[in-house]
Design a protein around this ligand. Sequence first.
Ligand SMILES: Nc1nc2c(ncn2[C@@H]2O[C@H](COP(=O)(O)OP(=O)(O)OP(=O)(O)O)[C@@H](O)[C@H]2O)c(=O)[nH]1
Ligand SMILES: [Mg+2]
Length: 180
Amino acid sequence: MKKIFLMGRSEAGKTSLTQALKGEELHYIKTQYTNTQDDMIDSPGEYAESKRFSVGLACFSFEADVVAIVQAADEPFNLFGDSSRAFIQRPLIGIITKIDSPYANIPMVRQWMLNAGCERIFQVDNVTREGIDELLDYLRDDLPHLTMEQAMFKQSLGLNEWDPLPEGVEYPEEPSGVPV
Ligand SMILES: Nc1nc2c(ncn2[C@@H]2O[C@H](COP(=O)(O)OP(=O)(O)OP(=O)(O)O)[C@@H](O)[C@H]2O)c(=O)[nH]1
Ligand SMILES: [Mg+2]
């Protein structure tokens, strides 16, 4: 399972999302702190809302395999500017919650996420669990663990370490004949 880090404003639905992913009944708990031991790293929305604390998001992101911007479909304004991708050294995805809201504007939130550099966007309703299985499928497989040489080989091709190798390209073999 990929370890996911959730960031987004307060009330975006991050904690509810962790409950939906775990198959639990939704129960409201205001997130007060971040625990990086869990498979899902939840954060208080205040980190995303405050210039002073937002640097904490960068630190938590380093503990995860994938970073998710969580935004409710009815959020009135965007907290994640186009440069949000800059501090993240991980795959960045977007998760739109509350797609059931009567005030939902999904195309607008998708555009915010594309501008922020999200490579995939999921749409979920934490209450009915719509879209949760698709997200679980994405999270199910671990990211492959690379050796330093394999990571450097990918970098030499201009790829992120989590990008797949192009078709027909293999990792070079070490002089010993063992694939690196
Ligand atoms: N209708 C609807 N309500 C949702 C959904 N997800 C969350 N909520 C509700 O939105 C409210 C806030 O949800 P939380 O999951 O606590 O939000 P959070 O992002 O964890 O907020 P902080 O802990 O303050 O950062 C709760 O009342 C949830 O029941 C959803 O997909 N649809
Ligand atoms: Mg929370």
